[in-house]
Design a protein around this ligand. Structure first.
Ligand code: BTN
Length: 308
């Protein structure tokens, strides 16, 4: 949303305000004000007008402008009813030099999961990718992913869904371990400096479990449909607050972890590690007590064996 449209929307939210007063305040023509009002109505914003002027009386349930309105962090949001993959679109935006933008879709037709797996993205979910340019070396990027997992978990919990995190970044239902959300982080950088990071978050929000793979569950199944606009706003605000706060990320990750205290098997690129998961350490390594002593794993697929 451009700055003038944002200013018009904010003024209408604080309204009533007359067209001429708004034109004066924003130093634009009256015709420009009408154009913005029309465009906002077309996007689903309800704008009443009477003798006192214009007033915002309703915000659309979902969409880019709807998410941007009232969002407490300065991310731009590009919305698609359907797209192949929000991560692919975000990568293109990153390659064009964009930053602090979010690609958001109601449905994805070719979405990607971790380790080249497929990801199912029916209409009604929350499928988004954030482009950021953190001033970090590539080795610290796992923290960005952990921040997204924490932000997603907190937003789900605030929406009434009892969620927790399986290392490194799966968000599961706390009661039965069904998968509620996954995160796919992609990046480009040099040895000592990240150029861009795309954090893709997929949340099974208002979808039937029958539309998901076997291990999947959804917010709808666990707690009923959620307000996706408010949910995305909370997720993005939490993520932005955590991205440069490593200690806060690790503390919050520990607080929401389902993995700590579990017997786990982690398939790492160099082999299998089995033992008790005891901690997570900077920049996101899992500490596992094995028969041979403590091992730290930095990447891999984690399976919870049985509660300890
Ligand atoms: C996983 O395998 O658990 C990660 C799944 C990540 C899916 C999200 S949905 C939004 C973004 N776009 C994609 O194509 N993938 C990610």
């Amino acid at each position: 949303m451009n700055d003038t449209r944002r200013a018009v929307l904010d003024a209408l939210a604080d309204g009533p305000v007359t067209g001429p007063a708004l034109a004066d305040r924003l130093d634009v023509s009256r015709a420009a004000v009408w154009k913005h009002v029309d465009a906002l109505r077309e996007k689903g914003f309800e704008i009443e007008s009477d003798g006192d002027g214009y007033r915002l009386s309703g915000v659309p349930d979902y969409g880019g402008t709807a998410v941007e309105h009232g969002l407490d962090v300065s991310y731009g949001v590009e919305y698609h009813d359907a797209i192949d993959s929000t991560n692919d679109r975000a990568r293109d935006l990153a390659a064009d030099g964009e930053s602090d933008v979010v690609v958001l879709a109601d449905e994805q037709t070719h979405s990607k999961g971790r380790l080249d797996r497929e990801w199912t993205s029916p209409s009604g979910g929350v499928w988004l990718s954030v482009v950021v340019r953190p001033e970090k070396p590539p080795a610290h990027v796992p923290l960005v992913t952990l921040a997204a997992a924490v932000a997603t978990t907190r937003a789900l919990r605030e929406a009434g869904v009892d969620a927790g995190i399986k290392w490194p970044n799966d968000v599961l239902a706390a009661d039965d371990g069904g998968k509620l959300a996954g995160i796919l982080t992609e990046m480009e950088g040099e040895a000592d400096r990240v150029n861009w990071v795309v954090v893709g978050v997929g949340v099974n929000a208002n979808v039937d479990a029958a539309a998901l793979p076997e291990q999947g569950t959804s917010a709808r199944e666990k707690a009923g449909d959620i307000d996706r606009r408010a949910f995305v706003q909370r997720l993005l605000e939490e993520f932005a607050a955590l991205i440069d706060a490593p200690d806060a990320v690790l503390d919050a990750w520990r607080e929401h972890a389902l993995t700590l205290g579990e017997e786990v098997r982690v398939e790492t690129p160099t082999g299998e590690v089995v033992g008790a998961a005891v901690d997570v350490e900077f920049p996101g390594s899992l500490v596992i007590e094995t028969d041979e002593g403590a091992r730290r794993v930095h990447a891999g697929d984690c399976e919870h064996l049985r509660p300890r």
